[in-house]
Design a protein around this ligand. Sequence first.
Ligand code: C2O
Ligand code: CU
Length: 519
Amino acid sequence: MNRNKRVHRRTVLQAVAGTGFLLTLSPGFLLTGCDGGVRATESVTLGLDSEEYDVELDLRATPDSVPILPGAPSEVWRYRAELLKGPENTLTENTKSYLGPTIRLRRGQRVKIHIHNELPEATTVHWHGLHVPSDVDGQPRLPIQPGETMTIGFEVLDRAGLFWYHSHAHGEQGGRVGFQSYAGLAGLLIVEDDEEAGLGLPSGDNELLLVLQDRTFAGANELVYLDGGMRAMMDRMHGFLGDRILVNGVPPATRKVATRPYRIRVLNGSNARIYKLAWSDGRPVTVIGADGGLLPEPEDRPYATLAPAQRLDIWLDLSEAQPGSTLELISDSFQAGMMGGMGMMGSNALPLGSRFTLASLAVADSVEVNEQLPAQLGLQRQGIPVGSTTRIRSFELSPVMMRGFAINGRRFEGSSVAADEKARLGDTEIWEFRNNTPMPHPMHIHGLQFNIVGRRGGSSDSLQQGLVDSGWHDTVLVMPRETVQLAMKFERFAGLYIYHCHNMEHEDAGMMRYFQVQS
Ligand code: C2O
Ligand code: CU
């Protein structure tokens, strides 16, 4: 193997040094993950010499105290970052709340990140949606212990889109993704490329980034998560729902806008809440992009459904708006009753399916701009071709009495991989999720973007018309009793990856498995 690979291996080793449990394993096991190690099959850079990196960052996961609600600040865990090398606009700090800095990368950049864990427990950082080697994917099998640093490197291979990064820790006692993300360990990651830039979509002040989350607070503004008792038990089953909505880490706010088009990019960073995005005046929601970047062409929907971990890119043209008027982005009401009673049980003040405001856009300035929504958006990257000979791999989602949910009867067991969880590098497959439960599950697959081939059998409900299935995705909402087929291709990286439900409480309870891409 080349010199670069060795550099990469050493950094992984440094990161796990000092942890008794891992040290008892041979370095060979750690690095190859029982045959699941990184293997570059094309000329892909895994670990470059530092002078060859385009961007270098220090990223700290650290306790902090930030204002969220009026009154006392709240204790949080959050990411802080410092730019060591690279374009000045790489990092945008979120000074107003707990969200990590927004990281802006360009396709083709080689990025090196030193991740420092200043928390009292192990953590990892997962680059949600990015096509990166297994060893830098932030998987639970490579935890960063308290006080340790892990250095990772990757090349930005994805096309332009809105991605995000968050904790993916899962210890002996179970998952910590729900807790750590809820405590604040999440941030946006934007990939830009020439192709998207060529479309001239609204940018700068005319590009709104919205991270939707829900939180519950106690008397002195302390964050409350699964605080014991009957309610906590129900929350574990259904997923945690906060009783307040936060947008970018603070309560929903009013924002001054002008009579012009806007690009609104939304991440559902909530643990379990599903949003039904709509405009208060009933105008259609014009969706231009999803998880993996722009759609082939814009799509008008009465509303847009956004499940945990998903992103949507929305075009809003306020050219005709009256100065003085206000338009609200809302999450509209929907029926959650059929979803296993989710939201009806317990004492949540904001049950699933409630209607609330996410942002108020107050039209202040009248301006003359001539920006048109392009009729075609997705210039490159056609869909993955599938046919009658494409292998179908089927996964049944089923309930496990009192212990959450299983995938093909299995729950998370470290990095063990069953025979039917091994795929071949270079293959195209159809993955079929059959939801045999009364709850919706946002299923996420690491390391790639897939196409949604089709859905069948789901009870038609008040979220259906908002499901955006075209384009590229890394997370798909599988409705109760529904079967969804996804087309994916295992490219470039062999090794271990994860697939799981992104309802974080489901994931933490074991609705998560490793799969292996074999070269
Ligand atoms: Cu956003 Cu495996 O996660
Ligand atoms: Cu689930």
